[in-house]
Design a protein around this ligand. Structure first.
Ligand code: SF4
Length: 493
């Protein structure tokens, strides 16, 4: 169990009762700069939205060799003190922030905190993995039968053991070998004594970008973390690409069987930070475009458009611009919840969403309000927000959702409740509207979402351009572990 933290309000940060999908992990690496671990700590801080449970950094210094630090909690609380950072010297470092998606979910053990490290005949290597391996159970069984001793409950550790068993000569070759056996989603940042390595799975489900900092290089889950260290964004690592970065520069190769990319469309809607660039477009602009599409698809007469902060904000602005209905901050988020001095007692927990969000009563009273949110998962938070808005004297409440109904779990590195717990898995849109007791409820269509991310003709149903399995139930990689455990895939139409 993570230690109890007196200021810990992480139970509120991602939806006080698990009512938001949670991004899994963020990865970051730097080479060719003095004290690389300081840059990695800053990068991880910028990626904290991708995982708040724990973080770790591994560095390499020619004299002191590999060093590592792994901690529970936020980057700012763990990787800012000189005492810690001076234990991580050297010009090469990688790091990871984690929200557990596999392994001891919600109860991370320190041994599950990445980066993982392996000592091989040709030297050590550390890896940090974002994504989820969908055949990890089968691989783990096979590896244990052949004598591997696992240290953690994480699916990512399979990669280290597969590398150990590979007969290839170099670490990058062993990594390639290992990753050819792995199914699912992976964006990996790894390091040896002299190399920084980045790899993306052939579908490119999770993001990974390359940046330049002085004479050195950086790899990051998102561009916002390049900005914080003053690195220039060079390009995205392509789906199926492996880059090996040394003091001679960046070498690129494509070691996997080519496949049509299927990037996670939910990164555009919610997971990535709005100041990041994805697929050559600003995430903020995409979210605004989603709001515009939503206004075209689901207009309603109202007095105000209000976002559910913070992730609903750009879509609400887009809805307002398209519809001409004024935008207003009808709900205010307490920015300082993360540092409150309140003990999370049962009584405080029961206050739930009110601790995090407050209604701007003077604005709302007597108004017909459109609330724009990024998603509805279990519906519990939406219901409480609606109650708060009505308590504040709103005349009508209309929900507009910037993603299609989330009816299927994600098995590619996002924590999703079981299918039965997803509101959209068991109810139609009308039933959800009645359940939430709102005047109207509309979700953006899948085609509308595709248009907003730049696919003018919408979704190509024969060959979808993105992974959208949590909306469509069409999984680009069969989640074999889950199927083995009884998960029922959608029947072919
Ligand atoms: S299932 Fe959903 S959240 Fe998961 S990778 Fe696909 S689009 Fe993203």
């Amino acid at each position: 169990m993570p230690p109890a933290h007196p200021f810990d309000t992480s139970y509120l940060q991602a939806g006080e009762d698990g009512d938001k999908l949670k991004e899994e992990c963020g990865v970051f690496g730097v080479t060719g700069v003095a004290d690389a671990s300081n840059f990695v700590a800053l990068g991880l801080h910028a990626l904290q939205h991708r995982g708040q449970e724990a973080g770790g950094i591994v560095s390499h210094d020619p004299e002191q060799g590999f060093q590592s630090a792994r901690r529970f909690g936020y980057v700012r609380d763990n990787f800012t003190s000189q005492d810690v950072m001076q234990t991580l010297p050297g010009p090469l470092a990688i790091g990871h922030v984690r929200y557990s998606t596999a392994g001891s979910k919600g109860q991370t053990a320190i041994r599950d905190v990445q980066p993982f490290f392996g000592e091989f005949a040709m030297g050590g290597a550390a890896i940090a993995h974002n994504g989820n391996i969908t055949n990890a159970n089968a691989l783990r069984r096979e590896l244990i039968e052949r004598g591997s001793i696992f240290q953690s409950s994480s699916d990512s550790e399979c990669i280290i053991h597969l590398m150990a068993r590979s007969l290839q000569r170099t670490i990058p070759e062993r990594m390639e070998d290992a990753l050819r056996r792995v199914e699912g989603a992976f964006s990996i940042v790894a390091m040896t004594r002299t190399k920084l390595i980045g790899v993306r799975d052939p579908l490119g489900v999770r993001p990974l970008v390359l940046g330049k900092i002085g004479e050195g290089w950086a790899l990051s889950s998102e561009t916002c973390a390049l900005d914080i260290i003053g690195a220039e964004f060079i390009r995205e690592i392509a789906p199926g690409e492996m880059v090996v970065i040394t003091d001679k520069g960046v070498e690129s190769q494509f070691p996997f069987r080519p496949q049509k990319p299927r990037f996670c469309i939910f990164e555009h809607v919610y997971f990535s930070r709005p100041d990041s660039i994805l697929g050559g477009r600003s995430v903020y602009e995409t979210r605004e475009a989603i709001g515009r599409e939503l206004a075209k698809e689901a207009p309603v007469e109202a007095d105000l458009v209000c976002p559910v902060p913070d992730s609903g904000t750009p879509a609400a602005i887009g809805y307002s611009l398209q519809s001409g209905i004024p935008y207003a901050m009808g709900i205010i988020r307490n920015q300082y919840m993360g540092r409150t001095f309140i003990e999370p007692t049962e009584q405080i927990r029961n206050m739930g969403v009110r601790l995090k969000l407050n209604v701007n009563r003077a604005l709302i009273r007597g108004k017909r309000v459109i609330l724009v949110d990024d998603s509805v998962v279990r519906g519990t938070t939406s219901r409480k927000i609606k109650e708060m808005i009505l308590d504040a004297g709103a005349k009508e409440v209309h929900f507009r959702i910037a993603s299609p109904p989330t009816a299927w779990p994600c098995f590619y590195g996002v924590d999703t409740p079981q299918r039965e717990k997803l509101l959209a898995a068991t109810m139609s849109e009308e039933e959800m509207r009645d359940h939430l007791q709102v005047d109207s409820l509309k979700f953006i269509s899948l085609d509308g979402l595709y248009r907003a991310v730049g696919e003018a003709k919408g979704r190509n149903s024969d060959q979808p351009q993105y992974c959208d399995a949590c909306f469509s139930g069409e999984y680009p990689v069969i989640p074999s572990d889950q199927v083995e455990e009884g998960f029922q895939m959608k029947a072919a139409e």
